[in-house]
Design a protein around this ligand. Structure first.
Ligand code: MLT
Length: 242
């Protein structure tokens, strides 16, 4: 397994695609996707374009679909929900097909949607991601953060580091695809017991705090509260792995 960490979809090498990509948007898109599937949503389809989301979700009867939309941390007006994992309760999402568009996370999912395997990872399920990768041993693996509008994010990098720290054997430099792997592991080692503190320092964490979403930050900073593993089953659509 050769592992590379990319902080944003924009920083990935052009015209390349890995065997397996783990898409990470800890605050909050992939945490929300994991939570929704854990709480019984049938599937989640990701869109970067809200018009397309509207058009495709209109093909389903209202009672079997939910639209989740976020821009700048806020709920998109016409959507049923924003992007808070705390809104994805069993009562709300069970049995529903979800259609989601967020500022950054859905763009990361789209960047790697042609990969043989695409997984959604977050702090709340990273051990399940590691277990899957250890079993499947993909030849090339990208841990892909979402960042914020093309820029670096602490929360996605620390999650990539949590995953990489359990996979990389530093005695085998051939496993290390780029320097970001070691940098992300170092960030994780420094902050692993203070993730909420780190998220409060991050720029998107501060944006969410300004929107009074403190509970979202707290929820997203928990480690491995579920073994739910969202995996892409058709282009842009993730469901539970079997
Ligand atoms: C994103 O995709 O940029 C995020 O998930 C933003 C958020 O809703 O916190």
């Amino acid at each position: 397994m050769k592992i590379s960490v990319y902080y944003t979809p924009e920083s990935t090498p052009e015209n390349e695609i890995p065997d397996c990509a783990v898409v990470i948007d800890v605050l909050r898109a992939t945490t929300t996707i994991v939570t929704a599937l854990n709480n019984g949503a049938k599937s989640v389809k990701a869109y970067s374009d809200l018009d397309l989301l509207t058009k495709e979700s209109n093909l389903l009867p209202p009672e079997s679909r939910l639209r989740l939309g976020e821009r700048g941390g806020k709920k998109v007006d016409f959507c049923d929900l924003g992007n808070s994992p705390l809104d994805c309760t069993v009562e709300t999402v069970s049995g529903k097909q979800l259609f989601i568009s967020t500022t950054n996370g859905t763009r990361s999912l789209q960047r790697v949607q042609e990969a043989k395997t695409v997984i959604a990872g977050a702090m709340i399920n990273y051990q399940a991601v590691v277990d899957y990768l250890q079993e499947k041993q993909p030849e090339t693996l990208w841990l892909l953060g979402s960042g914020w509008e093309g820029g670096y994010s602490l929360e996605d990098t620390v999650c990539a580091g949590a995953i990489a720290s359990l996979l990389v054997d530093t005695g085998k430099p051939d496993m290390i695809g780029n320097d970001e792997v070691i940098a992300s592991i170092a960030l994780y080692q420094q902050w692993q017991d203070k993730l909420l503190d780190l998220f409060k320092l991050s720029s998107h964490g501060q944006r969410l705090l300004r929107l009074a979403l403190d509970d979202d930050l707290k929820y997203c900073s928990q480690k491995n509260i579920t073994d739910t593993l969202p995996i892409q089953t058709s282009l842009g659509l993730v469901s539970l792995s079997n």
